[in-house]
Design a binder for this molecule. Structure first.
Ligand code: SAH
Ligand code: SF4
Length: 413
């Protein structure tokens, strides 16, 4: 099957709002079972001759082996008959995205470069990155939703990438599988050793942030289906409260995300005035701040115990004045909110600088005095170019300056 070429609306104004085409995705001849819902899994078993009366039970068995045990070969499923191993093997795999590079930072942050099938012959391979950030009380995995991004936020490296395609549910779930494989974070597996990793007994991957490459609300169905699998209590079992979806503000899909996915929401706000936000996040021209905040007020399930996180990247001389800070807290009045100040991560060719540290502290003081916790966090993963907005699927030379925002991305309270 080929899914392709969704032509986006023409741009308004000087900065193109969205890129025009989606790349092709061609399904594999022997598909992976990773990423199928329970029902789809039962159907897949039906197709290879498992009798209807047995499909549900068999699907449940496979589900356990796949998502609790993390097996990669059918023959490891010891409660499944040898005959069925053989038939499964002929038609399906348990493949995850292929890891082409792994980098481990001195602080334990890990970044994996993953290669995905690109479909067309001769076309460059599609690649995404996935980042793991261990902390004392949690381990956060930053997951991508698209190869590249159709949006063009002016401070974001991913936005400069030409290739764009939506990831399938299997490719999204596959990132979590890869992380758990590499960390030995499945039942009965030997734990990876390294700095910052939790001790035996605790989960390595306890939290997920949909903050890697791409705009998750432009791939809503696949993200939804993937997160249902990731949060399934009999499988990967990461609670929806520990999953945060970040959006640049696709207003019509915010309500749907609340209704259909029900995870924590983060909004990439970054500016308090429309003229500036139009420039930083061009999607603002379609969905301005007022509409965005209205959608946040109405986000299903929002409450003081389920706050919305507002991300604000600190750009020197652009959006970091104290007047901006005051306007920010005014704007968010009445919305159960957290504010996440993200030090800007520069990338080769970026036109912004990160705000000075003193300015970030002053800014954060205003936010703090208004009743919001706004810890300014220590840099993570900088030596491996793993911080927010730096993900761009190329193994690039390490920069000395880019780790600052990663911890902010880990969304620690
Ligand atoms: N597309 C979604 C999610 C991916 S981006 C979104 O925009 O929300 C994840 C977060 O990293 C967003 O808040 C984004 O604004 C921020 N970000 C992007 N580039 C950055 C950079 N260079 N420095 C710091 N944060 C950046
Ligand atoms: Fe896309 Fe988010 Fe980057 Fe904007 S900040 S270009 S929406 S990934």
């Amino acid at each position: 099957m080929t899914v392709s070429l969704d032509i986006a609306k023409p741009a308004t104004g000087s900065v193109p709002l969205e890129k025009t085409a989606l790349e092709t995705y061609v399904a594999l001849a022997k598909p992976s079972l990773i990423g199928l819902s329970r029902e789809q899994l039962a159907e897949a078993l039906g197709k290879i001759g498992v009798k209807p009366a047995q499909q549900k039970m068999r699907a449940q068995q496979l589900w356990h082996w796949m998502y609790v045990r993390g097996v990669t070969r059918f023959e490891q499923m010891t409660s499944v008959s040898k005959d069925l191993h053989g038939v499964l093997d002929q038609h399906y795999t348990l493949a995850r995205p292929e890891v082409v590079a792994e980098q481990v930072s001195v602080d334990g942050t890990r970044k994996w470069l993953l290669r995905l099938p690109s479909g067309l012959q001769g076309e460059r391979a599609h690649e995404v990155e996935c980042v793991y950030i261990p902390e004392s009380d949690r381990g956060t995995l930053c997951v991508s939703s698209q190869v590249g991004c159709t949006l063009n936020c002016s401070f974001c490296h991913t936005g400069t990438q030409r290739l764009v395609r939506n990831l399938t549910p299997g490719e999204i779930v596959g990132q979590v599988m890869v992380a758990r494989d590499r960390l030995g974070d499945f039942l009965g597996m030997e734990r990876a050793q390294g700095p910052g990793l939790p001790t035996e007994g605790e989960r390595c991957v306890s939290n997920i942030v949909m903050m890697g490459m791409g705009e998750p609300l432009y791939n809503l169905e696949s993200v939804r289906d993937a997160l249902q699998i990731v949060s399934d209590g009999d499988g990967l079992s990461i609670s929806k409260r520990r999953i945060t979806l970040s959006t640049s503000g696709v207003v019509p899909n915010i309500q749907r995300a609340g209704d259909e996915i029900g995870v924590m929401l983060a909004i990439s706000l970054h500016a308090v005035r429309d003229d500036l936000r139009d420039e930083l996040v061009p999607l603002n021209r379609k969905y301005p701040i007022k509409e965005l905040l209205e959608a946040c007020r109405n986000y299903p399930g929002v409450s003081n115990s389920k706050r919305i996180t507002f991300e604000y990247v600190m750009l020197k001389g652009v959006n970091d004045s104290l007047a901006d800070a005051k306007k920010l807290v005014q704007l968010l009045k009445g919305i159960p909110a957290k504010i996440n100040l993200i030090p800007f991560n520069p990338w080769p060719g970026s036109k912004y600088e990160c705000s000075d540290w003193e300015q970030i502290e002053k800014f954060s003081e205003i936010v703090f005095n208004a009743g919001y916790a706004s810890p300014v966090r220590t840099p993570r993963g900088r030596d491996i170019l793993a911080a927010c907005g730096q993900l761009k699927s190329a193994t690039e030379k390490l920069s000395a300056r880019e780790r600052m925002a990663l911890r902010a991305m880990a969304m620690t309270d």
